[in-house]
Design a protein around this ligand. Structure first.
Ligand SMILES: *Cc1c(COP(=O)(O)O)cnc(C)c1O
Length: 418
């Protein structure tokens, strides 16, 4: 359930008609519902209940300061993948000591910033990274808490671009290669072995791969124990899918129940960290866009809107399906099957294909499930300003990011001297 519902044929975000948002901030713009965001975070936190845990929202899904801040107020931890995301977490009032640092290619400056901020754990993915981190920690006179991200070689059964736990993916280390890294870490005075990490992919709609991955993580923890390496937490990553179209993803409660069953049957009570991104913010946002022109060719009806692949790239990048709905339902125009396309000069610039709509130029559309991997992936291609972002809270409209100005687009550029 989300908080984008029709009332008398008008689509609302919480208690605000989306048409009101459009007239206030114009289109294209992202609109988030605070209540949905909070509801989804609580769903994970409450599902895990009394088992020792930390829900670390994956910032890369949507890193707007207001989103981070709303979750920080709930006590959320954060999963970051860059120094830029760390700075956003700090700026938004997030707690670095509840922040885990993931990513395959952390730079020394990012390690330094994270050590100084006091992050909870570095999830490292190669022996080279361990050695660089050790050197940076030594320089600062600090000890870096570390998990090694293992690659459990399970098939997440999701889109290949967002599948990360197979042996041929760049992520993590196979268990047989992770073991010597732990033994080396254990000997390193600048490193403290903290946990084992794993993240097998995104938009998972089945629980089997999770259960299989957890089994491999727990087997590996036994191997580590035999070698005298004590593990204080399991970081099980994110990846739970959402409903975009006709998927039937498991709920956070179903997800936890299968993991908990396995932990209990093996008599394990090591604290767990999870890193959901999409499942928290995906269905908490829509992209609001205006129909500018309609045109038909012999084969196709086109609905040309003011949002393009630079604003929302998922359809173009992953051939992803996102529902497109009318902000005002109407019956006075013939329904047609449209390809909904944007202004970008690429034939890959579409938001949806073969969508039944009754629309006129000037009507508003909402692309649903746009809260995750939407605004964060927006670009300035075709010299287009990135869209505004709004958070609705009850009957309030808060502008949480201004639309970029044209001048901002070439800030930092310069021409050659004459
Ligand atoms: C992307 C990512 C996540 C979040 O994935 P979602 O599918 O958005 O839940 C969590 N952890 C790591 C390490 C990631 O790379």
């Amino acid at each position: 359930m989300d908080h984008f519902q029709y009332q008398n044929g008008e689509l609302f975000a919480e208690q605000v008609p989306l048409s009101k948002v459009a007239s206030k901030v114009s289109t294209p713009c992202y609109v988030y519902a605070r209540a949905t965001l909070e509801r989804h975070w609580h769903a994970f936190d409450q599902a895990i209940g009394a088992y020792p845990h930390l829900v670390c929202y994956a910032v890369k899904a949507n890193s707007n300061l207001a989103i981070i801040n709303v979750l920080a107020r709930l006590g959320s931890g954060f999963d970051i993948v860059s120094g830029g995301e760390l700075q956003r977490v700090i700026e938004a009032g997030g707690d670095p000591s509840k922040t885990v640092f993931s990513g395959v290619c952390k730079q020394p400056w990012e390690m330094r910033a994270a050590l100084e901020a006091g992050v909870r754990c570095f999830n490292i993915e190669s022996v080279g990274e361990l050695e660089t981190l050790s050197a940076v920690a030594a320089e600062l006179g600090k000890v870096a808490p570390v998990s090694v991200r293992i690659n459990p070689d399970v098939d997440a059964q999701t889109h290949p671009y967002i599948s990360t736990g197979l042996h041929n993916n760049k992520f993590g280390l196979p268990v047989d290669r992770a073991l010597p890294v732990y033994l080396q870490a254990q000997q390193d005075p600048n490193i403290e072995v903290s946990g084992v990490a794993c993240h097998i992919g995104s938009q998972l709609t089945e629980l089997g791969p999770y259960n299989e991955a957890l089994g491999k993580v727990l087997d590996f923890i036994e191997v580590l124990a035999e070698q005298g390496v004590e593990i204080q937490h399991i970081d099980f990553g994110g990846g739970l899918g959402i409903r975009y179209h006709d998927e039937t993803p498991p709920s956070p409660a179903d997800y936890w129940s299968i993991l908990h069953k396995q932990l209990q049957s093996r008599n394990i009570s090591i604290p767990i960290t999870i890193e959901p991104g999409r499942a928290i913010v995906g269905n908490a946002g829509v992209l609001l866009t205006e129909v500018n022109f309609l045109k038909s060719t012999e084969s196709t009806h086109f609905c040309i809107v003011d949002a393009g692949m630079n604003d929302l790239i998922r359809p173009a990048l992953y051939d992803a399906y996102q529902e497109i709905v009318q902000v005002s339902q109407r019956t006075d125009v013939e329904e047609k099957s449209y390809n909904v396309v944007g202004p970008i000069c690429e034939s890959g610039d579409f938001l949806g294909k073969s969508r039944s709509l009754s629309v006129r130029s000037g009507d508003l559309l909402a692309v649903r499930s746009a809260g995750a991997y939407g605004a964060v992936m927006a670009s300035n291609y075709n010299a287009r300003p990135r869209p505004a972002e709004v958070m609705v809270d009850g009957d309030q409209i808060h502008l949480i990011r201004q639309r970029e100005s044209l001048q901002k687009l070439y800030e930092g550029e310069s021409v050659l001297p004459s």
